[in-house]
Design a protein around this ligand. Structure first.
Ligand code: URA
Length: 441
């Protein structure tokens, strides 16, 4: 079998066999297929697509590309969550400790920033000393002891996704439905939790911009999960405006900590609680109403915040900054962006806000770029807010003065300010699940 022929076949819009997909995934993971050929195939897939069978074969190949976590040493049902990616999306850092504080075991493998979106692993690495790569045995020991653990795609779990993810990030092949399904579900199947909650983002800051695309992605992932015998729910949530007010790694950890201390923004708190409640519900921790109340109590009592602190300590991270978030390293420069006119924020192109943050140093433009954890954006006005000319829209944080002008241009290009307020958008649009909510009524 030759990689050249596989690329040609997909370029011509033909269906790939499971053997051809397996050949590509194995060869690329083992370093036999070079980046340039893998990039060409990814682009052909992004343009020509993949059908259900090809998507399933790619998912299985990714899941089987390394070891599988042996979760049998963790008692009871295990739950996991994953977001399809957004701007300012720090829900993992909140929902996972909430669920663990309610007695659920949550072994979670997260990703790095992808395209214009942030990644949980980069956020965790903003915490001094946090080890996002640990051996499977240690990971399991921590989950057993603390209740939760969040790591990156460490060496041997779904290594194919680790490599493909980094390549997609820099080859404009992120917003491709079959590649997203295989990436997310490949990791989920390699980790092997019983209950999975997917936060499928929709809107200008997500990879899926329209309702139709988002519903297709949600259904495709729930179907793969169902076939693999998982309890799985996809929540379709809004990403037309950033979640919360912080974009960028340390800034987002600080906002997550504030939220766990009961002082978080309303949208972020609500989505995080909903994800945690859904994880509890899938794991039979009560009817939906009881699960929602348990999640709220774990948050308001501070138990979820303590759970985050324990988890960070278990992975070697410094907890000092979690007790006093002013101790997080600050960016050398902060720059105020003012509103050019009076009116209402009618819309933000949230992908551009993610790009603005990336330009400030919070993400990668090239595969090996080093992240500036203190870089990012603090928003002061979001969609629907009234604003006066000259009023503060945001603060840009970065460590090199030359980054400010391009980031400011990108940022301002994202804001539409009109005379009339925009119609209100929902925060949660839909729920696609293998477990119905009928017992609530
Ligand atoms: N998150 C992932 O893990 N993979 C994707 O492709 C998109 C979001």
């Amino acid at each position: 079998m030759r990689m050249y022929d596989i690329i040609t076949k997909k370029k011509n819009g033909q269906e790939l066999t499971a053997e051809e997909i397996g050949f590509f995934v194995k060869g690329y993971t083992e370093g036999e297929i070079p980046d340039y050929q893998a990039s060409a195939l990814l682009m052909a897939i992004a343009i020509k697509g993949m059908n259900r069978e090809e998507t399933a074969a790619l998912t299985v190949a990714v899941a089987n590309s390394g070891e599988k976590a042996d979760l049998s040493k963790i008692e009871g049902l295990k739950a996991d969550k994953h977001s399809t990616g957004g701007v300012g999306d720090k829900t993992t850092l909140i929902a996972v400790p909430i669920a663990a504080a309610c007695g659920l075991k949550v072994p979670k493998m997260s990703g790095r920033g992808l395209g214009h979106t942030g990644g949980t692993v980069d956020k965790l690495e903003a915490i001094k000393g946090y080890r996002t790569e640990v051996a499977a045995e240690e990971f399991i020991r921590i989950v057993n002891r603390i209740g939760c653990g969040i790591i990156g795609q460490s060496g041997n779990l779904a290594p194919a996704d680790k490599k493909l993810y980094a390549l997609r990030d820099v080859t404009a092949t992120v917003d491709c439905l079959p590649l997203i399904v295989a990436s997310i579900m490949g990791k989920k199947l390699a980790v092997g939790a019983d209950c999975i909650v997917l936060d499928v983002k929709m809107g200008s800051g997500a990879f899926c911009k329209t309702r139709q695309e988002t519903e297709s992605l949600a259904s495709a992932m729930v179907e793969v999960g169902r076939l693999a015998g998982k309890r799985i729910t996809a929540l379709i949530t809004d990403m037309d405006t950033p979640l919360g007010y912080a974009i960028g790694n340390s800034l987002e950890v600080i906002e997550a900590v504030d939220t766990l201390r009961g002082k978080g923004p309303e949208d972020l708190t609500k989505i995080s609680l909903t994800i945690a409640a859904e994880m509890l519900y899938l794991a039979d921790k009560g009817n939906y109403d009881q699960c929602k109340k348990a999640a709220e109590k774990a948050l308001s009592s501070g138990e979820a915040y303590q759970k985050l602190v324990q988890m960070v300590a278990a992975f070697g991270g410094s907890t000092e900054e979690l007790y006093d978030t002013t101790k997080f390293p600050q960016a050398k420069y902060t720059f105020e962006v003012q509103s050019p006119k009076t009116g209402y924020v009618a819309h933000t192109n949230t992908e551009r806000l993610g790009v603005a943050s990336l330009l400030l140093g919070a993400g990668r433009v090239k595969k090996d770029d080093i992240i500036d954890y203190s870089a990012g954006i603090t928003l002061y006005k979001k969609t629907g807010d009234e604003v006066k000319e000259g009023e503060l829209l945001a603060l840009l944080h970065c460590s090199k003065e030359s980054l400010i002008v391009p980031a400011q241009e990108e940022f301002l290009g994202a804001y539409a300010i009109n005379e009339a307020p925009p119609p209100q958008r929902d925060l949660i649009y839909n729920r696609v699940s293998t477990k119905s909510l009928s017992e609530m009524f």
